[in-house]
Write a protein that binds this ligand. Structure first.
Ligand SMILES: [Zn+2]
Length: 310
């Protein structure tokens, strides 16, 4: 073996050594699956380089009806942690996927099953929790992350989970969480200031996504185009809604991008309200890749919709 061969062998040896040493670092990443994209964003922010996060939803779906893909099963099978919204938001798709995953770590009641609604007091809890009525909010409204202050509760729940799972990385998780909450708090100050002039403004939406948002920013959530959460509107309901919107001068119709535009647009035309399309999770529309970008987009779009009326 000449000098050239020895040098080549040495280079190859170090390349192999590097690959082997890099492998455990990659393999050691905590495998996190979230149902929705806002939770994935929070998990990436808190987990940093220590987590590998996959969201089942891409952002464009109905939060209650993420289409089940066969590719979800192996992803869930390998997951260390499953992070979800809770209040049965994911009732239509998650239980079947969990059963198919055959992963005991992420089943309800196990340490890898993280319900982010812990610590949230739900709004609009119905008297009956019967799914057969078609109501998709049986334990109260699950869309609490549209209030950025309540989103912080979800961030804290994710932080606690990561610390419990990998206590040796508590320092990194704490630092990441603190940096993210500082950014989120700066956002909350900005959003509250931008929404300040619109206190008491009445609006309707297609699905009942917005009670926490309305409460945070002092808006009046006047009603929904759906008859009840998950139940299509009847002609009678639309007639009544249009009449009461006219009488009460409701200014804004919010259309969520996962629902057809036809009914919200028609109602806006019939009542003289302005229709605005607002995302309900990151990735729903362009320029909303993160939660903070989504909230910036939402607030700016709301403000612009009101200002076009002047
Ligand atoms: Zn809902």
């Amino acid at each position: 073996m000449n000098l050239k061969h020895i040098r080549l062998s040495l280079i190859l040896f170090f390349i192999v050594l590097f690959c082997i040493s890099a492998l455990p670092a990659y393999a050691a990443k905590i495998r996190v699956v979230t149902t929705l994209t806002d939770l994935a964003d929070f998990a990436r922010e808190v987990g940093g380089d220590l987590v590998d996060v996959h969201s089942l939803a891409t952002g464009v779906e109905d939060t209650h009806g993420v289409p089940m893909k066969p590719s979800f099963v192996p992803i869930l099978n390998r997951a260390d942690l499953l992070i979800l919204i809770g209040f049965d938001c994911e009732h239509a798709f998650l239980p079947a996927l969990l059963e198919a995953s055959k992963n005991p770590r992420i089943q309800p009641g196990h340490a890898g099953y993280i319900d982010c609604s812990q610590g949230i007091i739900p709004l609009d809890v119905p008297k009956s929790t019967d799914h057969s009525a078609g109501d998709v909010h049986p334990y109260g409204n699950p869309h609490y992350t549209l209030d950025p202050v309540l989103a912080e509760t979800a961030v804290e729940n994710i932080y606690k989970t990561l610390v419990d799972f990998a206590p040796e990385h508590k320092k990194e998780f704490t630092q990441n969480r603190d940096i993210y909450l500082a950014k989120l708090n700066a956002g909350i100050t900005r959003w509250e200031k931008e929404m300040q002039p619109f206190k008491g403004m009445k609006f309707v939406s297609y699905h009942e996504h917005w009670p926490y948002f309305a409460k945070r920013f002092g808006l009046e959530y006047f009603g929904t185009i759906e008859l009840r959460p998950g139940i299509d509107p009847t002609p009678r309901h639309i007639e009544d809604l249009v009449a009461s919107m006219r009488a009460q001068h409701v200014a804004i119709v919010v259309r969520e991008p996962q629902f057809p535009e036809k009914a919200p647009r028609r109602i806006a035309e019939q009542t003289g309200a302005t229709m605005v399309t607002l995302p309900i999770m990151p990735g729903a529309v362009p320029h909303t890749e993160t939660y903070i970008k989504m909230m910036d987009y939402t607030i700016q779009s709301f403000v612009a919709a009101v200002q076009t009326r002047k």
